[in-house]
Design a protein around this ligand. Structure first.
Ligand code: UDP
Length: 328
């Protein structure tokens, strides 16, 4: 298939681009390089452009005939979305609308959309199924929920088929050290802990130790980026094989506490670093895990890296490579 990948120079997008190339797809990446990198695009063509620029989108669609669009380009930092909500409604929601206008006009048959467990908000359950009511508690989650809805509505009114993937906590890196998370000012737990190992940070904080969990810290479902990337390639095959539109959670269905993750990073690094305990971060539910029954049934997806040690060791190896890469 000929595939457009928005945000293909970013962390998750770049892992998907590599797997798409390996699977024999023809890839065109559209990325504004705001948080992505040219070197991360390992195959296909890179077009530097912004989804806010409708003329640029028109040009891309006029010069290529796509069988599928994979839409990763987005801002993803929850606290920033609270401080600057319109940035998220512009770059996530409006830009998805801009992209969908071209998808509709050119009758692109398939779309895979990067959504998030943040669309569920603060559910009572800890293991989440896709049919739960959506109740995001921050603009990031709301911006993604609105994008999901636009895709569903367009699909209902056209021949578009979609797979919406709701990511849980994505972490880790390509095991060969080719790719990894290079996002500047990352806020995610495993990345932050790895930056403590390399010395980029002096230490880190645990946000909240009074949750009703096994050690008082939050539990999250950490999924290796290569397993997540594989779900995207499988989603394309599924739709090409006549599969109907679906919304699918992407997680392993089990979780680790913040303390367990930090301990694993220290153990794998063979190094200690300062960790202080502080109050809860606003909007953090105690525990979030994916019910992944559906993605396994529908796509036949099975994880290959469901192991915290592997997630952490690949993230750590990448963090060291990335430090050296930056020093060059
Ligand atoms: N967390 C933490 N210290 C950090 C970063 C994150 O204690 O420096 C906690 C955070 O409060 C949450 C968990 O780690 O309970 C995962 O947070 P992250 O930002 O990685 O992902 P989220 O679950 O918010 O998408």
């Amino acid at each position: 298939m000929k595939v457009l990948v928005t945000g293909g120079a970013g962390y998750i997008g770049s892992h998907v681009v590599r797997q798409l190339g390996e699977a024999g797809h023809e890839v065109v990446v559209f990325d504004n390089l705001s948080t992505g990198y040219r070197w991360a695009v390992s195959c296909g063509e890179l077009i530097v452009g912004d989804l806010a620029d409708e003329a640029a989108i028109t040009e891309v669609f006029n010069s290529h005939r796509f069988d599928a669009v994979l839409h990763f380009a987005a801002n993803i930092v929850v606290p920033e979305s609270v401080e600057n909500p319109l940035k998220y409604y512009s770059n996530n929601t409006r830009n998805t609308l801009n992209l969908l206008k071209a998808v509709e006009k050119h009758a692109v048959p398939y779309m895979v959309f990067s959504s998030t467990a943040a669309v569920y908000g603060m559910p009572e359950q800890t293991v989440l199924t896709e049919d739960l009511p959506l109740a995001p508690i921050n603009p990031y989650g709301a911006s993604k929920m609105m994008s999901e809805r636009m895709i569903m509505d367009l699909a209902a009114a056209s021949s578009l088929h979609y797979v919406i993937l709701r990511y849980f906590n994505v972490a880790g890196a390509n095991p060969d050290g080719l790719l990894g998370q290079a996002t500047p000012e990352a806020t995610h737990l495993i990345k932050v802990a790895c930056e403590c190992v390399t010395g980029k940070r002096d230490g880190m904080k645990v946000f909240g130790t009074d949750y009703d969990t096994r050690d008082g810290t939050c539990i999250r479902d950490y999924i290796h980026v290569e397993d997540l990337a594989k779900a995207h390639v499988m989603a394309l095959d599924y739709m090409a094989g006549g599969g109907e539109s679906r919304v699918l959670n992407c997680g392993y269905g089990r979780g680790f506490t913040v303390r367990e993750v930090i301990d694993m990073v220290k153990q794998q690094a063979g190094k200690d670093f300062p960790v202080s305990e502080t109050g809860r971060r606003a909007g953090d539910p105690a525990a979030l895990m994916a019910d992944n029954t559906l993605i396994k049934d529908v796509l036949g997806w099975e994880p290959s890296f469901d192991d915290l040690k592997t997630i952490v060791s690949t993230a750590l190896a990448w963090e060291k490579i990335w430090m050296e890469k930056q020093a060059q």
